[in-house]
Ligand binder design. Structure first.
Ligand SMILES: [Zn+2]
Length: 472
């Protein structure tokens, strides 16, 4: 880990993150936190105002523990402090050049504008490069960049950045639903070693390839696939792995904060990029939870000393739920040790309540992909929630397929006493059986109903798939 912009002379920065002792890492994080708070206090009207109102100065922030003196901000706070609600973007650092403006997709209302300086982009490239290197990606590899280069979406640009940083060859191809001969010819010619993209896009493309005559995705010879941009289940990863014959790893990153964590190659948890972000796991009232408890993922950017950031975020609520959290958990089975781990994140916006039972769309995805045959034919899914005076909450699970054998198959009111053995019933039954509370609510209380249907297409806005539509 080298960083030319770091001003202080410290041996700490000669180490790679994995080699730092707990004490060294703590010192490094506290130094970066102190720099970050100083930077926002002098450059950023939003944070300066917050600190002044609370009578705080940068000297009140000696360690990451002091972050609790600041309020947690969420995506609504970002939206309200940018046009059109505010004339100015109050999160923008006043004298810092913006290299690139980005924006979230805006499927949930007003998009969030995100501004990145040259320094920030460089730090994000470094973080993503380092994560990929830990999976064994090297400058010798050819890397297929399957992220969408859509408008102000940053993932395609970030990916080009870290690939260039690594010195590897990038193959940025448009990821469409329908593979062309041109595309398969390019893939055969360049035979990429690594694919990186959105889980749903990579999955859909793999399925589309499988339908092509005379082309097996395994022939591409991809060793490693890295996913990012949306939560993904273990079952779905396994499917992608089987289709391409590759190792599959997930990255946690966001438009707002850049890289956050990468999946451990040895286990079902993620390693935090501890020297670029500080992570807290908080309850609904934003109080700190004990290690191992499930809560909201709150992230603070740790600027590298000397870094000029257009839009640093402190205590930003990611809208993700993580269920486990270990600080300095000691040696992992992989080579990365002594850093913070979290469990696979679930998106909070994917949470919903049906008949007083809390569910997450990730649970539905997991159950759909549990069945080997159904996993092969389902290309996408959506959960639509309705309310019926007689039935109570109704959960309609739409499964997208192009397979005639499944198309039109539908089960209304999945229950354990149904005698049907149709595919839609099998999916519904797995969902019902996998959650004791849901089973109780549907079977005994009768407060909710589950319908499952295979459909040809699901209307979704472009960009990331919309998993939950709540019409209640
Ligand atoms: Zn590990």
């Amino acid at each position: 880990m080298t960083d030319n912009r770091i001003e202080e002379n410290s041996d700490l920065y000669e180490h790679s993150l994995e080699e730092l002792t707990d004490e060294e890492l703590k010192t490094l994080k506290n130094t970066r936190l102190n720099y970050t708070v100083n930077f926002v206090y002098h450059n950023n009207s939003f944070y300066r105002q917050v600190m002044e109102e609370k009578g705080l100065t940068p000297s009140d922030f000696e360690t990451t523990e002091d972050l609790k003196k600041l309020p947690v901000i969420d995506s609504d706070t970002l939206r309200q402090n940018q046009p059109p609600f505010s004339d100015e973007n109050e999160f923008k650092s006043e004298d810092t050049n913006v290299k690139r403006p980005f924006s979230t997709s805006g499927t949930s209302g007003v998009p969030k504008k995100v501004l990145k300086s040259f320094d920030e982009m460089e730090r994000i490239y470094d973080d993503l490069k380092r994560g990929h290197e830990s999976y064994g990606v090297t400058s010798e590899d050819v890397i297929l960049n399957w992220f969408p280069f859509v408008g102000l979406n940053p993932s395609g640009a970030y990916t080009e950045g870290w690939i260039e940083r690594l010195g590897a060859m990038s193959l940025p191809l448009l990821n469409t639903d329908y593979p062309t001969d041109y595309e398969t010819a390019l893939l055969k010619q360049y035979s990429p070693d690594v694919i990186t993209g959105l889980a749903s896009h990579v999955d859909a493309k793999g399925r589309a390839f499988e339908h092509l005559e005379g082309f097996d995705p395994k022939e591409i010879g991809v060793d490693i696939i890295t996913l990012s941009g949306e939560p993904v289940t273990k079952n779905r990863k396994e499917h992608i792995s089987k289709v391409f014959g590759s190792e599959v790893y997930d990255f946690l990153a966001s438009t707002e904060t850049g890289g956050i964590a990468y999946e451990c190659p040895e286990g079902n948890h993620y390693h935090i990029l501890d020297d670029s972000v500080h992570v807290e796991v908080l309850d609904g009232g934003y109080n700190r939870l004990d290690e191992g408890e499930e809560g909201k993922l709150v992230v603070t950017n740790l600027l590298h000393p000397g870094e000029e950031s257009s839009m640093p975020l402190l205590r930003y609520n990611m809208g993700d739920i993580v269920s486990k959290y270990f600080e300095n958990s000691g040696d992992c089975e992989c080579s990365i040790s002594g850093v913070t781990n979290i469990s696979a994140p679930k998106r909070e916006a994917w949470e919903f309540i049906i008949g007083a039972v809390n569910l997450n769309a990730k649970y539905i995805e997991d159950k759909v992909y549990e069945n080997e045959e159904i996993k092969e034919v389902v290309e996408g899914y959506q959960v639509r929630l309705d309310y019926d005076e007689k039935e109570g909450d109704v959960m309609n699970i739409l499964l997208e397929t192009k397979d005639d054998h499944y198309l039109g198959d539908k089960t209304e009111g999945v229950s354990l006493s149904n005698s049907s053995r149709s595919p839609s019933y099998e999916v519904g039954r797995k969902i019902l059986d996998g959650d004791q509370y849901l089973k109780d609510t549907v079977e005994n209380v009768g407060a909710a109903k589950i319908n499952v249907e295979f459909v040809e297409g699901i209307n979704m806005p472009p960009g990331k798939p919309e998993r939950i539509v709540d019409n209640r």
